[in-house]
Design a protein. Structure first.
Length: 686
């Protein structure tokens, strides 16, 4: 099966012509036209440009066009889904997996190679986000994938890549995951990788470095990799990779160890101990550990065959189970491989892009909020259908989160189509905010779902009063220090953006005075940066954090005159671009000079406007210019171009371009400008 921007089975246009991301949904053209017509009848009718051409009228027209476009993209089942674009390591690892399993085919290889080549930068490297610098591991993996596809190492684009790789230190300087992929084919020595024994599965939850000390995304990846690390498979390499080493005779030159008294030094020496244990493991313990790890993996396979709804755990789980004797026709592996095929986006030019995961729940709740705030009537059929779909997606079974919250009743929502093991606190809050905006005919069912969700989210509050994304109190300092953990954030501490969304949800439900809500508010106020913004864990970056926190605080009763709100307003005004928009580059995660700085984007401009509007700045010059920027940059079909990455998987290490962000957030911001704030404090108190 192939996927498009909206989850249909049609083809996508090539990148050069797909910046608008304007492919239609599986809803047929007649229903789309009907939806657009209904949308126009349920929002304020904008005056024709010739009659009145005020900034407000222009904003009304832009809002109406954007609403039409968004309604037309709804799937017939009620959901929305945009492409989730990351980087070429997804595509390279897909080809490496197929090579390892012996299931490569010419069509897939050719299509993946076409996409990978299209993403190469002029200097021969690959970046992990548009406009970013070349990244060593991504470049190595892309290069190897193109070698598998038949590209000659002497070809100019390949020679440029390998020369740059050597300049950066070669394979030895790459991240652990890249070297694991190379070890699978004998291009790297297993003994030169950090050791992760499968006996880790037996550590009780009170022991440091037990698997539940890791964030859920890392946990799902590490457990299968302990099996792979224990078995150390090697498939015959189809060619050598000497050109990727600074010295092929010494591919892994020795490095001086960290000081004994440092944490790095301690964990480096612990790794040496684990390597020694591997040579003479307790055979029965090792056998039981492999069996327990395999059961853990199989038990967490979702109904669609995937693991956690994300690509990395699925890839490594398939490899691990195959090494343990599961053949490719086994139902577990057959379903797993089929699930990965559903992550493929085929473009009109024949290229094939792999999504790291899919975001229908997140996209659907944000689209529902956007349409409601843009004036679409609460009982509009599209909104009711969206609520029906979201209600069916609520999770009623326990998952890994029960390790720390064993008595808590389930009630959350996940990010993906299928991910019952790992509901998302952030998605749950936003789904509730969406449900509260819609006049659904079955209020009893909706209210019950909302109550379950609120109870679950409250139960997932961490000890410090804030909320993480998937687990409570997932804050151990040790997992990030392991030599193995160099692939991004591996724990799930509370963040300002998630906490803000939960606080906003609780306030909308009338719980703004609940002591637990107040603790969340106090935590947010304490987390404000000196500059007046808030750090954005799951979006880029301070513009996202501030755009999340300010509306939440105001909804929860913090007055717009509060010093924290005024500092946030001053900061947003100070970083507005000359074109009236806002933008922030991903480099702000590790370089303060980039904080609040970057090319203007539709989504980031909308986040800033959402904060300013909540702070009572509707008539300000900053808001006027921001709205004018959105109006001026809207395309004829009612959407916006946004090639830049404004979503965050791991700060700096893994970036995301959510293709629906360019639509849902501008619609929300323009809608609130035209129609007012949806949950003003005075309305909540009433």
């Amino acid at each position: 099966m192939t996927a498009t921007t909206d989850g249909s089975t049609g083809a996508l246009p090539p990148r050069a012509t797909s910046a608008n991301d304007s492919s239609t949904s599986t809803t047929d053209s007649a229903s789309a036209a009907s939806a657009a017509s209904t949308a126009r009848s349920t929002t304020a009718t904008p005056p024709p440009p010739a009659a009145v051409d005020t900034p407000f009228a222009a904003a009304e027209r832009a809002t109406a066009r954007a609403v039409d476009h968004l309604l037309a993209r709804q799937n017939a089942e009620g959901w929305w889904k945009g492409d989730l674009e990351t980087n070429v390591t997804m595509d390279a690892e897909d080809l490496l997996l197929r090579q390892f399993l012996g299931i490569q085919d010419e069509r897939t290889t050719r299509a993946a190679a076409l996409f990978i080549r299209s993403e190469q930068r002029p200097d021969g490297t690959w970046a992990t986000f548009l406009g970013g610098p070349g990244e060593l591991s991504a470049t190595i993996e892309a290069y190897v994938a193109l070698r598998l596809a038949g590209d000659s190492p002497e070809a100019p684009h390949m020679a440029a890549a390998s020369a740059w790789i050597r300049e950066q230190g070669g394979v030895a300087a790459a991240r652990v995951f890249t070297r694991i992929w190379l070890a699978l084919f004998g291009w790297w020595k297993w003994e030169d990788l950090p050791e992760m024994p499968p006996e880790l599965i037996f550590l009780p939850k009170w022991v440091p470095l037990n698997i539940y000390d890791f964030g859920c995304w890392a946990r799902q990846t590490i457990v299968p990799l302990t099996i792979v690390s224990a078995l150390r498979p090697v498939r015959p390499a189809p060619f050598p990779l000497d050109e990727l080493h600074t010295d092929p005779l010494r591919p892994n030159p020795p490095r001086p160890p960290a000081p004994v008294a440092s944490w790095d030094g301690f964990f480096q020496r612990l790794d040496k101990v684990l390597h020694q244990y591997r040579k003479l493991p307790l055979k029965r313990l090792r056998r039981n550990a492999l069996a327990s790890a395999s059961r853990w993996i199989v038990e967490r396979q979702e109904n669609d065959g995937c693991w956690g709804g994300i690509q990395p755990p699925a890839v490594y789980s398939i490899i691990a189970l195959h090494l343990l004797g599961y053949d490719l026709d086994h139902p577990v592996l057959r379903a797993g491989l089929a699930s990965l095929d559903r992550f493929a986006v085929w473009r009109e030019d024949g290229a094939r892009m792999i999504e790291a995961c899919q975001s229908p729940v997140w996209d659907t709740c944000l689209a529902t909020i956007a349409l409601a705030d843009a004036g679409v009537k609460p009982d509009h059929p599209a909104l009711v259908k969206a609520v029906d779909w979201m209600l069916d997606e609520q999770i009623h079974r326990p998952g890994d989160w029960t390790v720390r919250r064993p008595g808590l009743t389930p009630g959350g929502w996940a990010f993906e189509f299928h991910n019952d093991n790992y509901p998302d606190i952030d998605d749950t809050a936003e789904v509730v905010l969406a449900l509260k905006r819609v006049a659904h005919p079955d209020r009893v069912r909706v209210d019950a779902a909302v109550q379950r969700a609120a109870r679950w989210n409250l139960g997932m509050q961490s000890r410090n009063g804030a909320w993480g994304a998937f687990d409570a109190d997932n804050t151990s300092p040790f997992p990030n220090r392991l030599p193995f953990s160099d692939f991004g954030e591996v724990v799930d501490p509370p963040s300002a953006d998630v906490t803000a969304h939960v606080v906003e949800m609780l306030a909308v439900l009338g719980k703004q005075h609940d002591p637990r809500t107040r603790r969340g508010i106090e935590w947010l106020l304490a987390e404000q940066e000196e500059n007046g913004g808030w750090f954005g864990r799951w979006g880029v970056n301070y513009v996202y954090g501030t755009g999340s926190v300010v509306p939440a605080l105001v909804t929860a009763g913090i007055p717009a005159s509060h010093p924290a709100i005024r500092r946030a307003v001053r900061w947003l005004e100070s970083v507005q671009n000359t074109d009236g928009g806002w933008g922030e580059d991903l480099r702000s995660y590790h370089d303060d000079a980039w904080i609040g700085r970057g090319a203007s984007t539709a989504s980031q401009t909308a986040w800033a406007l959402m904060a300013l509007l909540a702070a009572g700045e509707r008539e300000s010059e900053a808001v006027r210019r921001g709205v004018a920027h959105l109006v001026a940059t809207q395309t004829e079909d009612g959407t916006w171009d946004e090639p830049y990455f404004t979503g965050t998987g791991f700060p700096w290490d893994f970036s995301i371009n959510y293709h629906l962000y360019r639509q849902v957030f501008p619609v929300t911001a323009l809608g609130r400008y035209v129609h007012g704030e949806p949950f003003a404090p005075e309305r909540l108190e009433a």
